[in-house]
Design a protein around this ligand. Structure first.
Ligand code: URA
Length: 277
């Protein structure tokens, strides 16, 4: 085992938690929370190869169309997501797409809809170890565009909005804990977020966006609504929602890859739509 002065741990050339070595995963990487969703996402690819499975981190690499694509599960919440994104960056991944599930808090959003996050409120936790709260958690503009184009092409109902990332599923999202336990101020907290037009609660996006920005990489997030918190409805379509997320993410990566080729050919640092003319 070789330990660097900065504390990086790379036994046998593999990142300690994700158990992946440099270059083993394609650089465009999907980030579901659940390890079980990695092969589900892979059903939309033309090539799929499992790379590692250790703790909550299951990874696979492959190809969709001409685009290299990978997936690695983050586990639930900020702490394991921080580990995952940092170690993926260490092995050469540069574009991170969170694909997960979420609970909506706006009346106009229904179960089955997709929420594309323009940015995220930073109640995640780990991002505080990296940057002051004034530093915004924002998605990369080209990742947002690719997700919007993919939703349009697939005919999915979507909303482009700001997300609230939290470190708690129950009281931190305004739900009751065991035996009806309710934390002080939780209903007021949800009402305030609704008033601010926050679309949804989830538990990983802000961590991913902050790390990507700081590392000079790209990130975005698209989540399918499985909990409509206004009408109190829960996951009416089950696995079909995950299947649709897989199609959406694969198409978004194909688009991003194609745009990256055009941008590089034209020697531009930033993608913008008239480069396609
Ligand atoms: N994930 C969350 O964090 N909240 C939900 O309501 C659903 C999925």
């Amino acid at each position: 085992m070789r330990t660097t002065r900065t504390g990086t741990c790379v036994p046998q050339g593999k990142q300690y938690h994700i158990q992946v070595g440099s270059g083993e995963l394609a650089p465009y990487v999907l980030l579901p929370g659940d390890p079980g969703r990695v092969p589900v996402l892979g059903r939309s690819w033309q090539e799929y190869k499992e790379v590692a499975s250790h703790r909550e981190f299951r990874s696979a690499t492959g190809r969709v169309g001409n685009a290299p694509i990978a997936a690695c599960s983050t586990g639930v919440g900020g702490p394991s997501t921080e580990i995952c994104v940092t170690e993926l960056a260490n092995v050469g991944c540069h574009t991170f797409l969170r694909v997960g599930t979420t609970g909506s808090i706006q009346e106009s959003i229904r179960c089955g809809d997709i929420i594309i996050s323009a940015g995220a409120m930073r109640r995640d936790g780990p991002s505080d170890a990296y940057a002051p709260k004034e530093y915004p958690a924002i998605a990369s503009h080209d990742v947002i565009m690719a997700l919007v184009e993919a939703c349009e092409a697939l005919g999915f109902t979507y909303h482009l909005a700001i997300t609230c990332t939290v470190p708690s599923f129950y009281c931190g999202q305004g739900r009751l804990g065991f035996s009806g336990f309710s934390a002080k101020g939780q209903q007021e907290m949800v009402r305030e977020l609704q008033n601010l037009r926050i679309a949804n609660f989830e538990m990983e996006s802000a961590t991913i966006m902050i790390l990507a920005s700081i590392y000079g990489l790209r990130a975005g997030a698209a989540c399918v609504v499985i909990a409509d918190r206004v009408r109190d409805e829960w996951n009416p379509e089950g696995g079909a929602a995950e299947e649709r997320l897989g199609k959406l993410a694969a198409l978004a990566v194909e688009k991003l890859f194609a745009w990256d080729q055009i941008r590089l050919e034209k020697n531009k640092k930033v993608f913008f739509p008239s480069l396609l003319k």
